[in-house]
Unconditional design. Sequence first.
Length: 158
Amino acid sequence: MLVPECLIRHSYIEEGKGVFISCEEDERVAFFQIDNDEFRNRFNLRDNKVCDLLIFYRHGTARAILMLVELKGNDLSDIEDQIRNPLNAIKNELSRTAQNELPKALKNVKWMALIVTSASSPRSRSDIQKALRGSHVDVMFKYGVRKGEKVDVRPYFG
């Protein structure tokens, strides 16, 4: 379903900020870089804003999590579109795929979004969460990330 060309290692860095995870026993993790032509073409998002990453996470037999990740500076003006556009495109693709053709892990996923920003006091967190509420995605933030800093995403998976 996803574009294999988008699969990357378990870390990602952009403009000095990054995210990572070290896999533990019984975890399945995949990072997909989605702010690229391959993903945009596959999901018909050529002229739309998209976030940087999609992370698939599953521990044991627990419910799988799909987390959209955006690494930002101080400007969060486009963040809702950067999360909503790939979220809706992937959800639509999942709903079009026959249930018997979907991998079991993707039949009942939990959706999350992580916004990693250098801003120490970005515009209202609640405004962003309200704007994305209808999308049924849990939105989390990591503030004050400095250039050269990498954020471990494991704590956000719960």
